[in-house]
Design a protein around this ligand. Structure first.
Ligand code: 7PJ
Length: 279
């Protein structure tokens, strides 16, 4: 058993877990209106939990390629009501997909259990804020910024570069008082990477696991899948499942996805098979 604590909840990370994506950006719930959108977010969270998600990952900043930055106040206004409402209604682990120190601190006060930062705590004050919450963190690799990251990304040595970056961020997090056992790593699929970069990183998932960290993978519906299959975003589920299945076999344990139920079923079956020994 490898148990990790997420606030007041614990999770056995010898089992695979699904993290359901809950975007609280204005474009995610198109019929507008603050109240309507909170209701819609709650319904979506409830569905994902019924389907077996272990985490709800709440994000108020679009980090899609080319996306503009959101102001701190705007992000607080989007994220905090959702964190509060979900923490009150559901018994789950709330992950906040944020790089903003105030969002980390306020979300933690409202009951969040994980800080998921695509900028690996690089923003001013983020390391200190994350440490202050006492919560675990997911450190993700990104090359460039969401605005420019897909403009011909290149690496000297992809795996070594990503590994070195993540280990540097781990050292900085540890120096601030975040325990090594509280750190998840994520190669950052789609964040400043070509198709070949993404595929290679997924293929080398075990390298990151061998560093002694649990690995989180976020590949759901991403361009990588679209490029391989030549399909639009609403037809990327099977491809996403292929990518996630592949990394489960290479040791990844948390899967950040839009489609919870298919992944929960897939991972249950895969886990049973992987754990079965000549009965
Ligand atoms: C990721 C994320 C990811 C982690 C996003 C999208 C872009 N957090 N937040 N890993 N991606 N940890 O879902 O298309 O890959 S936002």
């Amino acid at each position: 058993m490898s148990v990790m604590k997420f606030g007041d909840k614990s999770l056995d990370l010898s089992l695979p877990h699904v993290m359901g994506i809950l975007n609280v950006t204005p474009d995610s719930f198109s019929d507008g209106g603050q109240h309507n959108s909170l209701e819609a977010a709650l319904r979506q969270a409830e569905k994902m939990l019924e389907d077996g998600a272990s985490f709800i990952d709440i994000g108020g900043e679009s980090t899609r390629p080319g996306a503009a930055e959101v102001s701190e106040q705007e992000e607080l206004d989007r994220v905090l009501p959702a964190v509060e409402a979900i923490a009150q209604r559901f018994d789950t682990i709330i992950s906040v997909d944020t790089s903003t120190p105030s969002v980390m601190l306020e979300s933690a006060k409202l009951g969040a259990g994980l800080i998921n930062d695509v900028r690996a705590l690089e923003r001013d004050g983020a390391v200190a804020a994350a440490a202050q919450t006492g919560l675990p963190v997911c450190l993700m690799h990104m090359r460039g910024t969401p605005k420019d990251m897909q403009q011909s990304p290149s690496y000297d040595a992809l795996i070594e570069d990503v590994e070195q970056y993540l280990l540097e961020r781990v050292a900085i997090a540890e120096a601030a008082g975040i325990q090594r056992e509280q750190i998840l790593l994520d190669p950052g699929i789609g964040f400043g990477k070509s198709l070949v970069h993404n595929a290679t990183l997924l293929n080398y998932t075990q390298r990151f696991v061998d560093l002694g960290f649990e690995v989180l993978i976020g590949v759901s519906r991403k361009t990588m899948i679209g490029d391989i299959l030549g399909v639009p975003v609403d037809q990327r589920l099977y491809g996403t499942m292929g990518a996630n299945a592949s990394t489960y076999l290479k040791g990844a344990r948390i899967f950040r996805v839009h489609d919870v139920k298919p992944h929960v079923d897939m991972l249950k079956v895969m886990h049973q098979i992987e754990e079965s020994r000549n009965a």
